[in-house]
Design a protein around this ligand. Sequence first.
Ligand code: GDD
Ligand code: MG
Length: 318
Amino acid sequence: MKAVILAGGLGTRLRPLTNTVPKPLIPLLDKPLISHIVDSLPAWVDTILLAVNYRREALEAYFETADPEGRVVLVDEPEPLGTGGALKNLSRHLNETFLAFNGDIVSSIDLALLLRNHRASKGIGTIALWPVPDPSAFGAVGTGPGLRITMFQEKPAPGEACSDLINAGVYVFEPEILDHIGDGFVSLEREVFPKVLEHGLFGHRFEGYWIDCGTRENFLRAQRTLLDLGGGATEGRVSDRARVTPPNFLHGVEVDEATVGPYVSAQEGVVVRRGAEVSDSILMRGALIGEGAKVRGSILGPEVIVAEGAQILDTILG
Ligand code: GDD
Ligand code: MG
């Protein structure tokens, strides 16, 4: 079976970091965000089609080493075609039931169960659903008996959502869905889903966790979730006098007599100088936190230098 990962968005809500690092390649603990989806795919998925356009070269370079078996195939969109247009652009590869994913989510969904439910419902598609307190940043989904979807509202105005269940961005589709996608820029959520309801679009609920990593807050939430599930590690030179509060993921770091954690990930070459305090943050490769500086709730891109005594709070730096 084939799986499509939609990974062509601009990552605007994570700028300025995404001006240089595409969203799929931002590290989430031990690997880039996109690899959390790729590695969660069971062995019965033989081909992973990555729909890309923006910063394609960086993704290509990454998968050259990260995917030695060649399961991942990058398919270029000449220009961003939207979530629906991106699927249509892959039509020639999709002639049987396939999985599809938004490229920015981490979740505990059981894909075998999703597929089994889809086959049992005999619809044109099945959408994984997740409850949230405020659906206005997502696609709200109204359902009837048997979780058949009766309504799809992308980004409903606050207070106007038809339910608290949202589209979790994990799908199973029959190839016939492609017949309902026109040419050019098409939104799957705004244009296609409302149109195919009569062909049987079903929901599938699951347990565990689900996070869309599209914003700083949510990216850090995903990191906290995975650290709480045991994703921590420490490797590098950490001073005996450093105060480290777990869980953290520290890899190839140098930490002086500083205060680190909880919920910090720091990649190769990160240096935290004396008296600095870092918590709930992502420090990408080669970032330097100067003496007495304070970093909290932030994502710092590669080689970022935080000056002595500076305070970086709830911020993204490229
Ligand atoms: N190839 C390609 N081309 N991919 C795209 C394009 C495009 O033009 N536009 C967006 N994508 C990719 C993004 O990279 C991302 O992985 C995924 O499609 C979804 O786009 P987002 O920009 O992250 O959408 P969202 O988070 O506002 O909303 C979507 O996800 C929610 C759940 O996380 C919608 O699907 C909502 O209905 C859903 O609830
Ligand atoms: Mg998103």
